[in-house]
Design a binder for this molecule. Structure first.
Ligand SMILES: *Cc1c(COP(=O)(O)O)cnc(C)c1O
Length: 345
């Protein structure tokens, strides 16, 4: 898709929007006597508004991710980036999006909140990506396709060529949610956003980076798409405390922890496969395992009664009989396995 075609996907009211200009947009210096934003002059450490453009944080993220600052959006979790795709591109009550099923529940919830219809496309056998069905589900009102790779809750990653085929042939924006990319043996698609202006790649600091409580989600896209998202976001969407704390946290590498989780994922999968109550352990490229069991509801209740909380996906389309189990510390995983070992099939 050309940049011209992407521009044509933007909601007309957003294309016409004059965004809010903050006091910090109008005077960009850092030294001086600041009497422009009605802040308190008494220092609390937080009496000044935060940088609405998150320049220092984006600079660090740019170095770590190898993507220019202009191609990076940071939001209050990926949730904000998901919502912004609806608010920038989808006219409520008129437009629709296409989403794979099963996948992350927030796409459909966000669509419903924005009064945008979702055209669900079922994944194939063992959760494979039905490339042609995804494209065939689009019509003239489809503004975005939501893909998630590695996918939650199935755990599998889709082939890069298939994802790019959809990006190159879709009449809409294509979101690839890479929340679990750090646990995956395939490279990220974020380096393609310059060449593919209809591609938006989401990542998050909530999983491998261990910062779920801070709320920081990333979106990588063509600078024009990032500019649109930035015009629509709340001006001060990332607090000063979060910006400062994340910059500090980004100094501690996560490679060793990621390696440990990936090794534990293999061990736990092996152990689960040997249990009579386990029918199937799906291949995972994420920090969780989707497990088909003989009686998901009974096993879920048993685990809860022993203080082990997993996600029961039994009622999710395509996941009947399945539990989604996050990989924890070795001792935690062992306790989970112990409960399952003692279940009478
Ligand atoms: C956990 C998860 C996220 C992260 O959301 P945040 O709002 O950044 O915490 C995003 N997408 C998927 C598919 C997830 O599973």
């Amino acid at each position: 898709m050309t940049l011209e075609q992407v521009r044509a996907l933007v909601r007309p009211n957003i294309a016409r929007l004059t965004p809010y200009s903050t006091a910090r947009d109008e005077y960009k210096g850092t030294l001086g006597i600041f009497l422009d934003a009605n802040e308190s002059p008494y220092s609390t450490g937080y009496n000044r508004y935060p940088d609405p453009h998150q320049k220092a944080l984006k600079q660090r993220l740019s170095e770590i991710k190898g993507v220019p600052v202009e191609s990076i959006f940071v939001g209050n979790g990926s949730d904000e980036a998901i919502d912004l795709v609806f608010r920038v591109f989808c006219t409520p009550g008129v437009d629709n999006v296409v989403a794979i099923e099963p996948s992350y529940g927030m796409y459909a919830v966000c669509a419903a909140i924005n009064d945008v219809a979702v055209r669900g496309v079922a994944l194939g056998e063992d959760f494979s990506l039905p490339v042609d069905a995804v494209l065939a589900a689009c019509d003239a009102h489809t503004k975005a396709i939501f893909l998630c790779s590695p996918n939650n809750p199935s755990g599998n990653a889709f082939a890069r060529e298939d994802l790019l085929y959809i990006v190159r042939n879709a009449p809409a924006m294509v979101v690839v949610d890479e929340a679990y990319i750090d646990f995956c043996d395939q490279p990220s698609l974020r380096f393609e956003v310059e060449k593919e202006p209809n591609l938006v790649v989401y990542q998050t600091l909530s999983k491998a980076w261990g910062l779920a409580g801070l709320r920081l989600g990333l979106a990588f896209a063509h600078p024009e798409v990032i500019a649109r998202m930035s015009q629509v976001k709340y001006p001060y969407n990332i607090s000063a405390l979060t910006q400062k704390t994340v910059i500090k946290a980004l100094e501690s590498p996560i490679d060793a922890q990621v390696k440990e989780i990936v090794a534990e994922r293999a061990r736990v999968a092996r152990e689960l496969k040997s249990l009579p109550c386990v029918l199937k352990v799906y291949l995972s490229q994420a920090n969780f395992l989707l497990v088909k069991v003989t009686d998901a509801d009974a096993l879920y209740d048993l685990l809860v009664s022993r203080g082990v909380i997993v996600r029961n996906r039994n009622k999710v389309k395509g996941c009947a009989g399945c539990l989604r189990i996050t990989i924890g510390l070795k001792e935690e995983n062992d306790q989970m396995l112990d409960v399952l070992k003692n279940f009478k099939v």
